[in-house]
Design a binder for this molecule. Structure first.
Ligand code: ADP
Ligand code: MG
Length: 586
């Protein structure tokens, strides 16, 4: 079934269900599941996909609910007019809270969300104009034409049409350039910035998006319940939302619906059954509920949605035509020193990792950077690509001084790299990882992606990624998760990702480590070919034969200091180099 047909079928089902002979009780339960699904869907994006755990989503539900409650109950404004205001206020609050929160790392992030989750619960309960602990009553129902949506049955279609729309938009969002950047967040690699992704901004986008879904749910909730008080927006409800996302399958949009359904129905049924079993009143369901969740999390770490996904027939991967260089290409530079490193230093506390190193890389040159482990080679890569700041000295690229620039800006100038310790997103496909390299060659934003207006550009970006994968010999693996590749292939994938940026200068950090003989030969051929096409390469590699056969010049480092520079034949004979590094190898 085509997605459009599936959507039409779902719309018809959503309109028909309230007419079916289903008891009011179950209809109301389904309404609630719809409301929870919206919040859980935001959490799927934030926590499952983006890797940022939030216990505080209920507070944003509160923002949406209280905004519309005050405006419609106290000031008599129509609920439909309060919707944009509720979303705007939630969005602004999320922007403010998020810009502080998403900077936190490790445990501090979830702790931070707990802190403001609690703070807003008490704030809602203490503000007189929000009705303090009693909350706000007499909120008008939603009205369509002359028809008031008083009961759960008339409310059903509105909630679920909103959930359907949110599912479609969110699924679309994940399948875009911005969506890839969001999904790459979780791997937490430094590669993202090196490929021009503004990770802080992407995190904030996800944070606000998740909050908006929560605010939307709160707006609906207020007009459904018609009276609200702070209990619905406290920290324990925030924890429940998170559990819904996790139980359903925190990496999948539909996991949110499944999780909201399971948690809501389970809780409801347990509330019914347990007092009868135990013969006493009390919150026993919370205990059983907690126990069941632990079991689910133990046996299905990725939630339950993947089980359903596995039971469904596999969806064929979208056919992809490797683009024939359809993205605009950077003019290849010329000149003897497109990269000009002048007397750079890097101190880590008392350790001098790079000590007054100068060298140049000319157009169409392959320059080798060699030296024993710990000599400072990778540090130089990090200094040139802006992932670390120089302690002293200057770096120029095509005449621009870049040593004080952000990694993103340097990437945009045309420097791409690979990492000694592979920095890829293992859960994303090989193709998507390569497409991260092309990120800055696209411009489609969040909205155009959600509305599918980015398809032409997406095709070009993915086409370019596919072209580079074919070129390095990974075409057959395109649709596999990157995590399923062998280490040597991952290194090659890193090269494809770097090439997808269309760099003028390519920095390769030990690309041949872990490659077999034939693979090394293929890599050497690729580098020769790239040079012919006008690429400049700076290469760190321990395989001496590989380096000597490939490079035009060599720079030799030892303990951060440059001990020699020259053509391979000279370096081979240089006594200082032989002593420090090459030893008996050559
Ligand atoms: P190479 O790549 O030549 O093997 P590196 O550039 O990785 O060497 O490391 C050079 C020296 O700097 C080593 O002594 C290493 O321990 C140190 N070093 C590298 N990165 C850091 C860092 N982020 N903090 C502290 N020390 C570092
Ligand atoms: Mg290194």
């Amino acid at each position: 079934m085509k997605p459009a047909h599936a959507a039409i079928a779902l719309v018809i089902a959503i309109l028909a269900i309230p007419l079916a002979p289903i008891s009011d009780y179950w209809i109301v339960l389904l309404d609630n599941i719809g409301l929870y699904s919206l919040v859980a869907m935001g959490l799927v994006l934030l926590t499952g996909v983006g890797g940022m755990t939030s216990f505080g989503q209920a507070a944003f539900v509160g923002f949406g609910a209280y905004t519309t409650a005050v405006l419609s109950a106290t000031y008599g404004i129509s609920p439909w007019l309060t919707l944009p205001l509720a979303l705007a206020l939630t969005g602004l609050a999320a922007l403010a809270i998020g810009s502080v929160t998403v900077r936190l790392s490790g445990h501090y992030l979830p702790l931070g969300t707990m802190a403001w989750g609690l703070a807003f619960f008490y704030l809602f309960g203490n503000l007189e104009f929000l009705g303090a602990h009693d909350g706000i009553n007499g909120i008008p129902p939603l009205r369509i034409g002359t028809h008031d949506l008083f009961d759960g049955r008339s409310f059903f279609s509105v909630v679920w049409l909103v959930v359907l729309a949110a599912s479609v938009l969110t699924t679309n969002l994940l399948d875009t350039r911005v969506g890839r950047a969001i999904r790459a967040l979780r791997a937490g690699t430094i590669a993202n910035e090196a490929f021009g992704i503004d990770t802080a901004r992407v995190k904030l986008i996800v944070f606000v998006y998740a909050a908006l879904l929560a605010g939307l749910s709160g707006w609906l909730y207020a007009h459904f319940q018609r009276s609200i008080n702070p209990t619905a927006f406290g920290l324990n409800i925030g924890i429940e939302y998170l559990l819904m996302a996790v139980v359903g399958g925190a990496g999948h949009v539909f996991g949110a619906l499944l999780g909201a359904g399971i948690v809501t129905i389970l809780k409801d049924q347990l509330q019914d059954i347990l007092p009868r079993l135990i013969g006493a009143q009390g919150n026993y369901e919370t205990i059983v509920f907690g126990f069941m969740l632990v079991v689910i999390l133990q046996s299905a770490r990725n939630g339950l949605w993947p089980f359903i996904l596995n039971a469904l027939p596999p969806r064929p991967a979208k056919p992809l035509v490797p683009a024939d260089a359809s993205l605009p290409q950077r003019p290849k530079p010329s000149g003897p020193a497109i990269l000009d490193v002048r007397g750079i230093n890097k101190h880590f506390g008392g350790l001098v990792a790079v000590n007054d190193v100068s060298f140049t890389v000319g157009a169409k040159e392959i320059v080798g950077l060699i030296g024993p482990n710990g000599a400072g080679k990778s540090t130089i890569f990090n200094l040139v690509t802006g992932l670390l700041r120089v302690t002293g000295g200057e770096v120029y690229f095509q005449g621009n001084r870049i040593d004080a620039m952000e990694a993103r800006g340097i990437a945009a100038l045309g420097i791409a790299r690979t990492f000694q310790h592979v920095e890829l997103a293992p859960d994303m496909s090989v193709l998507e990882n390569a497409a991260i390299g092309a990120h800055i060659r696209g411009s489609a934003g969040l909205l155009s992606g959600m509305l599918r207006l980015d398809r032409a550009e997406e095709k070009r970006l993915l086409g370019e990624a596919a072209r580079q994968l074919e070129r390095v010999g990974l075409g057959a693996y395109m649709h596999r998760p990157a995590g399923s590749l062998a280490l040597g292939q991952l290194r090659i994938l890193e090269i494809a990702r770097a090439l997808a940026l269309d760099p003028a200068l390519l920095l390769l950090d030990e690309p041949a480590a872990g490659l077999r003989h034939l693979e090394k030969r293929a890599l050497a051929e690729l580098l020769h070919k790239l040079r012919e096409e006008g690429m400049s390469v700076l290469l760190v590699e321990h395989d001496v034969e590989f380096v000597m056969g490939l490079t035009d010049h060599l720079v030799v480092l030892d303990f951060g200091k440059m001990i020699a520079k020259g053509v391979p034949a000279e370096i081979r004979k240089n006594p200082v180099v032989l002593e420090a590094y090459l030893g008996g190898v050559v």
